[in-house]
Design a protein around this ligand. Structure first.
Ligand SMILES: Nc1ncnc2c1ncn2[C@@H]1O[C@H](COP(=O)(O)OP(=O)(O)OP(=O)(O)O)[C@@H](O)[C@H]1O
Ligand SMILES: [Mg+2]
Length: 330
C-alpha cells in the first residue's frame, strides 16, 4: 500500500505547530513554536496576542516542517488542521492557512478535533496500541474519561463538571507564586514535599470529576497561612487529584472489562500521575502515555488523528470553520 503523508497544522491555543507524519504513526517532522515566553508576563494566554503570533509564525513553521521531513508540498497526501476546540481567533489562523494550502495545492483537507489529537499522541509513541482502550484525557481545558471504541468512534464515560485538571494545576501554581504555566512547576516542587495536608475531595456521581473544591481549598489555605509549606501543598494537591483520577478510571475499566488504559493531554506529562498509573500494571493493566513532547500541544498528534479520519473517508471542504467548543467525535 502507498504511504500516506499527512501535513498536520495546530494553532488552537499558544503553540503554532506544523508536522509531517507518515501513515499516522511515524513522525518525519514536528515543529513547535511556543508562545509561552510571550504570555508568561500576563500569567496566562491572551487570545488576541496568540492569534497575531500564529499569523506571524505559521508560514515559517510550515517551511521548517517540510524541510526537516525532506519533502515538498507536492509530496503531501492530506492536510489535517485543528478546527476545534480552542480559542476561535487562534484556530482560525490554522484553519484558514490549511484551507488556502488545500485550494492552492489541490490536496484533500481534514478538519481535526484537538482532543482526538491528544489521544492520537499515543498512537505515535506506541506503535502497537490499537482500539479498543480506555483513555483519560487530562489537559489544560479538558478532563474526559473516554472509551475509544475505534479510531473514529468515541464514548465519553465521564467529564469534569467544573474546572479542567490543567486549569486547577495552573491556578494553584499562580496563587502560591510559582508562575505560568503552572503544571510543570507544581510537578517539580511536589517532589520536595510530603502529601500531609488534608484537602476536601469531591466525589461525583458516576464517572464525572470535580476539581474546583480542592483548588479553592488550596487557595484559601494559602491565603490564611501564607507560610504554609508550598512543597507539601503541591504534593497533597497532586496526591488527591490523582486518587480521584485513579478511582474513576479503575471503576470504568472494571465496568467495561478493559485492561488497556492510555493517558493523554498536557497533564499526562506529570511524573506523579504517571507513576501512580504505572503501578496499575502490577494488577494486570497495560498503561500507555505519550512521550512528553507529544503530551502538550503539537501538530504531529493532529496529523495522526487527521490520518485516521482521512482513511475512514472523512474530508472537509472549503466551508470548514473554527468551532471553539467542538465536542469529541464531532
Ligand atoms: N508536568 C506537568 N504536570 C502537570 N500539569 C502539566 C505538566 N506539564 C504540562 N501541564 C499542564 O498541561 C496543560 C497544557 O496542556 P495542553 O497543551 O494539553 O492543554 P491545552 O491545549 O491548553 O488545553 P486543551 O488541550 O484541553 O484544549 C497546562 O495546564 C499545563 O500546566
Ligand atoms: Mg491541548
Amino acid at each position: 500500500m502507498k504511504d500516506i503523508l499527512t501535513l498536520g497544522i495546530e494553532s488552537s491555543c499558544d503553540e503554532t505547530s506544523v508536522a509531517v507524519v507518515k501513515n499516522g504513526r511515524e513522525v518525519l517532522s514536528n515543529i513547535i513554536n511556543s508562545q509561552i515566553k510571550i504570555h508568561e508576563k500576563f500569567g496566562g494566554v491572551v487570545p488576541e496576542i496568540a492569534s497575531r503570533n500564529h499569523i506571524e509564525a505559521i508560514s515559517d513553521v510550515t517551511k521548517k516542517a517540510l524541510e526537516e521531513a525532506g519533502i515538498t508540498f507536492n509530496d503531501i497526501d492530506n492536510i489535517a488542521c485543528t478546527c476545534g476546540p480552542g480559542l476561535v481567533g487562534a484556530l482560525l489562523v490554522g484553519v484558514s492557512y490549511a484551507k488556502g494550502l488545500s485550494y492552492a495545492l489541490n490536496k484533500p483537507l481534514t478538519g481535526t478535533n484537538h482532543i482526538e489529537g491528544h489521544i492520537a499522541g499515543n498512537y505515535i509513541s506506541h506503535k502497537e496500541l490499537k482500539p479498543p482502550f480506555l483513555c483519560l484525557i487530562i489537559s489544560g481545558g479538558h478532563t474526559h474519561l473516554v472509551h475509544i471504541c475505534d479510531y473514529d468512534k468515541f464514548e465519553i464515560l465521564g467529564r469534569t463538571k467544573d474546572d479542567a485538571i490543567g486549569e486547577a494545576f495552573d491556578k494553584v501554581a499562580r496563587v502560591i507564586g510559582l508562575g505560568y504555566p503552572g503544571g510543570p512547576k507544581v510537578d517539580k516542587l511536589a517532589k520536595e514535599g510530603e502529601p500531609n495536608i488534608t484537602l476536601p475531595k469531591t466525589h461525583m456521581s458516576g464517572l464525572d470529576f470535580s476539581f474546583s473544591g480542592i483548588k479553592t481549598a488550596i487557595i484559601n489555605l494559602h491565603h490564611k497561612s501564607p507560610d504554609i509549606n508550598k512543597a507539601d501543598l503541591c504534593a497533597s494537591f497532586e496526591k488527591d487529584v490523582t486518587d480521584i483520577l485513579l478511582e474513576n478510571t479503575i471503576k470504568a475499566a472494571e465496568e467495561l472489562d478493559i485492561k488497556t488504559i492510555a493517558l493523554a493531554g498536557g497533564v499526562s506529562a506529570n511524573s506523579y500521575i504517571r507513576k501512580q498509573f504505572l503501578n496499575l500494571e502490577k494488577e494486570g493493566y497495560k498503561i500507555y502515555y505519550p512521550e512528553p513532547i507529544l503530551c502538550t500541544d503539537n501538530a504531529a498528534m493532529i496529523a495522526s488523528a487527521g490520518y485516521y479520519r482521512f482513511i475512514s473517508g472523512v474530508t472537509s471542504d472549503l466551508t470548514l470553520n473554527a468551532v471553539p467548543n467542538l465536542k469529541i467525535g464531532e
